[in-house]
Design a protein around this ligand. Sequence first.
Ligand code: ADP
Ligand code: MG
Length: 750
Amino acid sequence: MAVLEDPLAGVVGGKAARVLDSALGLQTVGDLMRHYPRRYESRGELTDLASLADGEHVTVQARIAKVTSRPMRGRPGSIFEATVTDGTGQLVLTFFSRGRQNWREAKLAPGMTGLFSGQVSTYRGKRQLAHPAYMLLDDSTPAYAAEEYANQLIPVYPAAKEITSWQIANSVDMVLKSLDVEDPLPRAIRENNGLCGLADALRGIHRPIDWADKNRSTKRLKWDEAFALQVVLAQRRVAAMAFTATPRPRKEDGLLDAYTAGLPFDLTVGQDLAGTTISDELGRDQPMHRLLQGEVGSGKTVIAVRAMLQVVDAGGQAVLLAPTEVLAQQHFRSITEQLGPLAEAGRLGGAERATRVALLTGSLSAAARRTALLEAASGTAGIMIGTHALLEERVQFADLSLVVIDEQHRFGVEQRDVLREKTAGGRPHLLVMTATPIPRTVAMTVFGDLEMSTLTELPAGRSPISTHVVPAAEKPRYAERVWERVREEVERGRQCYVVCPRIGGEEADGPGRQARGRATAGALGPEDSDWADDGSPDGDEPGGAARPPLAVLDLAAELESGPLAGLRLAVLHGRRPPEEKERAMREFAAGSVDVLVTTTVVEVGVDVPNATAMVIMDADRFGVSQLHQLRGRVGRGQHEGLCLLVTEADAGSASRERLDAVAATLDGFRLSRLDLEQRREGDVLGAAQAGRRSSLKLLTLLRDEDLIGDARREATELVRADPALAGHPALAATVNAVLDRERAEYLEKA
Ligand code: ADP
Ligand code: MG
């Protein structure tokens, strides 16, 4: 008997095992059992030999008329052919083998009758089935057996050059015959949820009797995927409860109150509610673990700053982690401005209870970096703002008490954990923010160990954004009109963004990148791994692949000397030195630049209320969520926002439909669902959280919402009662396998 952990060689033989490993990376019995069929074919109706058509999957009932066997020409191996007839026509069955096929000759002897099924092709004018499946019939075979045989589902496996689907099927058959599995899922949970046993499910997904059998098996195996994940997450939640944190309760008349009093607006009801929850949790001696999600522009930053100030008022330090340098600089600029003298501790003119805000990014000068590190380590800086640089080992804090991560979808779990470990003798409170609204199931899965607050409303007085698709190829006049609109906005004293998918100018935009149509040319570091960047490439669509995507540098030069001559243009992209990026952003924010020609570095978080128009060139190169994010940069002040999606994609193409969808709604939740539908689950999970890719094979986050919810409930209950799974050793082993895979992948990536 074979168990799932056994190496394949012992069950399928050394030769087959070697090919399964080298071609498909399958090493254990469990690996092969989880190499699920890609689809199923039914053998096909019982067909007359007279009415066969090329390409059809058929089953014929026929008698073997004659057989021949000959060596292959120029290679070792043999060809065995059997000619069969049913009285209406003839058909050749062909079998190739590396060796002799005496055993086949013995079985498929002239005079025998059988059912033969496969795909019809024509070779040298004769109809044939190559490697048909067959069942020989004799007097004892009941009449209905033929019907049943023809209707049976044939699995089609993801195959490779070295190994065909039917060879895989052979190995699977051998494994199924000797498989002995222990069901990790407790019986009560199986019964509650109407799930079949694991052994039955594995047999049923590989060798279904009918569709109902296949569906029942798939449901059970999906459950395993969802359940293992939810057990891991439930364990993380339980483990997190065991950590302590320093309580940082709210103090009156501190920085927080001063900051709030100085805000030029009232908080929305949602901000107030989320803020109160967070404030309460910061006051407890257990670390907060909260995800704050909200539509673009819903005002998450204010909540984060208030949380940080509460912590500083109570004597702790807080860090704010941004995904890009541009965003880190903007946060730094706006928070220091808003705090004024309150952020100038130790300086002349600094307020008495003041703190300091320090910026730490990867590109600071050595001296500035030393100062920032010192301020963090000594505790002088109550608030640190930065990018990934903050994750480095060398950064030490005097008393880190709150970690805020802005735009979480750009960070992996492991990064969160690195920062958390910088707090001595406990854990910091954690606030994660995301502006890409997350469908509920993704939230339960990817962010399943966090509590959640959601901002559903935008602050009052926000102006609507109108979005239009500009079909540049079909209507050149519209394309010209784009630049006229930009000039009009500028004449009214407003500012505009022009976004391109590529930087241009240098070899760094190598052909590989262009060919894939990635929209991240400008972005270095985390921008490159963003899940939102990967949704768009439809290299196979006309208009997309014909020319390289438009580049910031080319377009800026063209606009400057052409349609936007006389306006004040600036260029922003990830390859510019940090000081220049910072200056371009500062000048744009101050209004001394009219038009910012840029890559997606402005995608997240950038906040310039006077910017009212955004032109997105080659918009079909961007993903849905990314376009939604980008457009969220306008319409932030009292003036209406305008977003023009310029594209050469053909009307009616998938790209155009995607753009039309973005133009048709401002509902980020709807768009993120659409986005998710269009990408493979693995991409979402893989980018958002290391290791999930390989554990989810059957589960689809959008369609299996109910199942995931059920699994989560059961997992939570089970783990609450038995956190270490002491009473469920088989389940513990399964969960450990998920974790090991995660760890292995994380190490590979690092
Ligand atoms: P996001 O949630 O996308 O990060 P921000 O925090 O950048 O949004 O906020 C967007 C803009 O809205 C900022 O200019 C901010 O000052 C402003 N804002 C935040 N809260 C309110 C409010 N309650 N009323 C009016 N404006 C607000
Ligand atoms: Mg933001």
